[in-house]
Design a protein around this ligand. Structure first.
Ligand code: ZN
Length: 314
């Protein structure tokens, strides 16, 4: 079975690439439902998709990416425009899945699948954070739990070679250390920031989200997500947030308040008078690490370790 899959992958590499893009796009379609409904406390399963005019949307008008393009973003029932955000989330998730498979599918499939699962938690968390400045626990704590579980089953995610119980324990420990180092570091940065700035600087939602990132990326990835994400995220997000401040979307003017029990309310440091959610920046940092910077970052931490060892003469 596995050999047959390898044969297909060697001869027709596009088969898997199309499959994983399609899988990501389908999940992205589901994430759109999560992003819209979870902050309101609605079920993500029932009822099925409905247009704002009340008509239910048929399955053939609800195909990820394709339906939006074929209908040019308009509802068949009443011609109302759907936000391009739906298309963006579907294409983005499909692209992230495709990239994970493309880069790591052959060399380390556990890493490719692990990245896809991590993206499954990050994408909805990021868009909910952008909309409401909250990160529901189901994505942060849920991601951390699944991350530890996956790391025990597939320790290759953390570069642990071999299989068996010992390798599984090592993978699980790497994941737990990632959670603790990530959450603790961002917690203390936030707490010291609060003392220095005399106002709340970091939300509890960010602390938990970084725990989920650490569960999949280990402590090196968690640390990189904070510092790399803060730099790159600021550059990427500030123009967008400034634009959004100038032209608010209709959803933000909704009077509906999110269900506060199941998630953490966050208050984040304002930049140029705009409250900036930190979750998306952490997610960008995490994605940069898993896709491109894992090797140089891990090598950097290793060389720091070696230098310290030499200095202490051990
Ligand atoms: Zn309609």
């Amino acid at each position: 079975m596995i050999e047959n899959l390898h044969l297909v992958d060697n001869q027709y590499p596009w088969v898997f690439r199309v499959f994983f893009f399609g899988l990501g796009a389908c999940l992205g379609s589901f994430f759109n439902v999560c992003i819209y409904r979870i902050p309101k406390g609605d079920s993500v399963v029932k009822p099925g998709s409905r247009c704002d005019c009340g008509q239910s949307i048929a399955w053939y008008d609800n195909l990820p990416v394709l339906s939006w393009i074929l209908m040019r973003g308009k509802a068949r029932c009443c011609g109302k425009s759907f936000s391009i955000r739906y298309l963006v989330v579907e294409v983005l998730t499909g692209f992230l899945f495709l990239l994970a498979w493309w880069l790591f599918g052959r060399t380390n499939p556990a890493q490719a699948i692990g990245i896809m699962i991590l993206c499954g938690f990050l994408v909805p968390a990021v868009f909910i954070d952008l909309d409401h400045m909250i990160i529901p626990d189901v994505f942060s704590i849920g991601g951390a739990i699944i991350g530890v579980f996956f790391s025990c089953l597939f320790p290759a995610l953390h570069g642990v070679s071999g299989t068996g119980i010992a390798a599984g324990i090592l993978g699980g420990v790497s994941s737990l250390v990632g959670i603790l180092v990530g959450s603790a570091t961002i917690y203390w940065i936030g707490t010291l920031g609060e003392v220095a700035l005399r106002k709340e600087a970091m939300g509890e939602g960010d602390v938990k989200l970084l725990g989920a990132i650490g569960a999949f990326c280990g402590w090196q990835g968690a640390l990189f997500s904070i510092f790399g994400g803060a730099c790159v995220g600021t550059i990427l997000l500030l123009p967008f947030l400034l634009f959004r401040k100038a032209f608010p979307t209709s959803r933000e003017t909704d009077s509906e308040t999110p269900d506060e029990e199941s998630m953490e309310r966050k208050s984040t440091p304002p930049a140029f008078g705009i409250p900036v959610p930190f979750g998306p920046m952490l997610a960008v940092g995490a994605l940069l690490y898993v896709f491109f910077f894992r090797e140089p970052v891990d090598t950097y931490f290793q060389s720091m370790h070696d230098i310290l060892n030499e200095l202490t003469g051990s």
